[in-house]
Design a protein around this ligand. Structure first.
Ligand SMILES: [Zn+2]
Length: 301
């Protein structure tokens, strides 16, 4: 199945990866290119999705070596460039994910993912030498030992676990009062995704699951995750959840409680935190919960 209502997956962009190795072609595209201007922490210029973009020559007469080629939007090339000075008014990726048109938010996520990786890849992982950026930002190479590296994506699972008409939710101590969500965690080496789901749910809540079913995925470049969304059923004899190390609390919520939580999440704040609320309509977490409410999980059996 596919879910809807979350950011960074929409729109249409041709990545045109073959152009990453064609500097002359990229130079020729620069005079008409759209350039996403970012600061040193991958925040975009200003709050408006149109203001965030500049035209190539207005930023630099010639294509800067640091400009990351994002792809082609029709005949127009799109780049991202870290060029904003400290103190410039900016919009972070989370806000853009909620407010920008889907194609522009997806391009911003792509840019942030590449630039986040570049910042953590300035030295060779094998010999420690400084690396050179290649392929219009999409790889680095060590001139000393020749090791090449490419942008990393770290797979993580996120899963809506149900038991009959109840949904398993957990709460981290650092979250705002009333905030709960579904279980999530990173895939470890040597694991299948289904094994990660079973391990994470058991580690965080002591609940055993079965019938693990894939639903949808979302790039989550904070800084480099790919969220893989699942539904699962608790074992028929599952006992009450027990919060593991990463959670402050974990328990079952009824359909009525979840419905009230969804309503409270979209209502203007009244000052008092609601007993149950979810993250904004940005991440696949919220979409999994909404799909469970709508019966999406049940129809997949
Ligand atoms: Zn090296």
């Amino acid at each position: 199945m596919s879910l809807s209502g979350f950011a960074f997956v929409g729109g249409s962009i041709e990545r045109a990866a073959h152009l990453r190795d064609e500097p002359a072609a990229l130079d020729a595209l620069w005079p008409r290119a759209r350039v996403l201007r970012l600061d040193a922490e991958s925040r975009a210029l200003d709050e408006g999705h149109l203001d965030a973009w500049g035209v190539g020559p207005a930023i630099a007469a010639e294509r800067p070596a640091a400009a990351v080629f994002l792809g082609m939007a029709g005949e127009q090339a799109c780049f991202a460039l870290e060029c904003l000075a400290d103190g410039t008014p900016t919009c972070d990726l989370r806000r853009a994910g909620m407010q920008w048109p889907e194609t522009e938010a997806a391009l911003f996520a792509m840019a942030a993912g590449v630039l986040n990786w570049q910042r953590r890849s300035r030295h060779c992982g094998a010999c420690g030498n400084s690396v050179e950026t290649r392929q219009a930002g999409w790889s680095v190479r060590c001139p000393n030992c020749g090791l090449e590296s490419y942008p990393r994506t770290d797979p993580a699972i996120i899963v809506a676990v149900s038991s009959g008409d109840r949904l398993l939710l957990g709460r981290q101590a650092r979250w705002p009062a009333g905030r709960w969500s579904v279980v999530a965690g990173f895939v470890e080496p040597g694991e299948s995704l289904e094994q990660t789901v079973a391990r994470e749910v058991f580690e965080e809540t002591a609940v055993r699951v079965r019938q693990v079913r894939y639903a949808d995925s979302q790039p989550w470049p904070f800084p480099s995750a790919l969220m893989l969304g699942f539904f699962a059923e608790a074992d028929a004899d599952a006992s009450d959840p027990v919060a593991g190390d990463e959670l402050e609390d974990a328990r079952w919520f009824t359909r009525e409680e979840v419905a009230a939580g969804l309503a409270a999440s979209d209502a203007p704040s009244s000052g008092e935190p609601p007993p149950l609320a979810f993250s904004p309509r940005l991440s696949i977490a919220r979409s999994l919960i909404e799909a469970w409410m709508a019966g999406g999980a049940a129809t997949q059996r």
